[in-house]
Design a binder for this molecule. Sequence first.
Ligand code: NAD
Ligand code: UDP
Length: 339
Amino acid sequence: MRVLLTGGAGYIGSHTLVELLALGHQVCVVDNYANSAPEALTRVRQISNRDFRVEEGDIRDRDRLTAIFTDFRPEAVIHFAGLKAVGEGEEKPVAYYDTNVTGTLVLLEAMRASGCGKIIFSSSATVYGNPLYLPYDEAHPCSPTNVYGRTKYMAEQVLADWVRANPGTGAVLLRYFNPVGAHVSGRIGEDPQGIPNNLLPFIAQVAVGRRAKLAIFGDDYDTRDGTGLRDYIHVADLARAHALALDYAADHTGTEVFNIGTGTGTTVKEMLAAFERACGHALAYEVVARRPGDIAACYAQPEKAERLLGWSATRDLDDMCASAWKWQSENPQGYRSEE
Ligand code: NAD
Ligand code: UDP
C-alpha cells in the first residue's frame, strides 16, 4: 500500500516506519523536524535496508502538503505529526491547537485533493481525563483535563465528522497509553530535547549518568506502593498496531476507536526496579511532591483491539527496559551522539 506518514521521523513514527517497510509498503514521510532529527530516518534505512520518500515540510503548509499528496497519491495516511508535551501545551495553547487541530484540518484538505480517504490517527489515553472507572474502555466518557488532551480530542471529533460527511472514507483512532522502549537494534529510540517529561526517558538518563537522580512525583497515591500506576506499551508493539490498523482501514469505512495498551499497570517504583535489572546497577531517587494534574492510575481495556484488529501486546516490562537501555547506553546523547 502507498502510505504517507506525517511526523514519521519522530519516536513512534520511526518505529512504525521500520514495521511498514518490513511489510513491503511504499512510504512517504512528511516531517518538519520540529521535534526530531533526519538522522532517525537515515538509521531506519540502515535497519530496514529499504528506501522510502522523505519530504521536509510543515503539515500546516497547505500548498506544500497538497503538492506532496497529489504527487505521491497515498492510499492511506498515518497522522503522527503533533506537539505532545502536556506542560508546554498549558503555556502555549495556541501553538498546540494550531499544530494538532489546524494541522489535521489542512491534512484532510490535502487528502481530499488527492482522493485519499483512509486515515490512522495518533490519539492518546489523555482524552479520557479523570477515570470514572478502570480499566478505561473505549466507551469511557472523554473529558480531557489539559490543553494537549483537548487538542487530541478535538482532532478525533474533526476526523469523525469528516468521515460521516464523506461516504467511503474511514478513520482509525488509536488511543495510545504510555509508549516506551526502543527498536531491538538500539539504533532508533526516544530522544527527548531538554529535561525529559516522561518517566522512562528520565530513568534512562539517570542510568547513563546524564542526570543525578529520579524525582518520584508522590508516593501517597492509592496504588500498590503509593506511586503512580500507568499502562506502559512497548513501541514495537505499538508500531505493529499501526500496520494492523492500516489493514483494518483498507477493509472498513466509518470511524473506529481503539485503546492501544497492555491492560496491565506498573508503578513508578516497579518501573525503576525493572530498569535497574536491565542496566545492572542501582539508580538513585528521591520522593518529591505530586506533579499537578497527575492521576493515581491509568490503564487500558485493550480487548477491542484484540477482537477487531487481531492485536495484543507481546513484549513485557523487561523487554521495554532492555531495549530502552540498549538505545540509551549506545547513544547517550540520542541522535546527537554521532555528531
Ligand atoms: P514525536 O515528537 O517524537 O513525533 C512527532 C513528529 O511530528 C516529530 O518528528 C515532529 O518533528 C513532527 N512534527 C511536529 N509538528 C509538525 C508539523 N507542524 N509538521 C510536520 N511535522 C511535525 O512524538 P511521538 O512520541 O512519536 O508521538 C507521535 C504522535 O503520537 C503525536 O501526535 C503524539 O501526540 C501521539 N502520542 C504520543 C504519546 C507518547 O507518549 N509518545 C502518547 C500518546 C499519543
Ligand atoms: N513520574 C515521576 N517522575 C518523573 C516523571 C514521571 O515520578 O520524572 C511519574 C508520574 O507522576 C506518573 C508516571 O511517572 O505517575 C508516568 O509519567 P509520564 O509523564 O511518563 O506519563 P503520564 O503521566 O503522562 O501518563
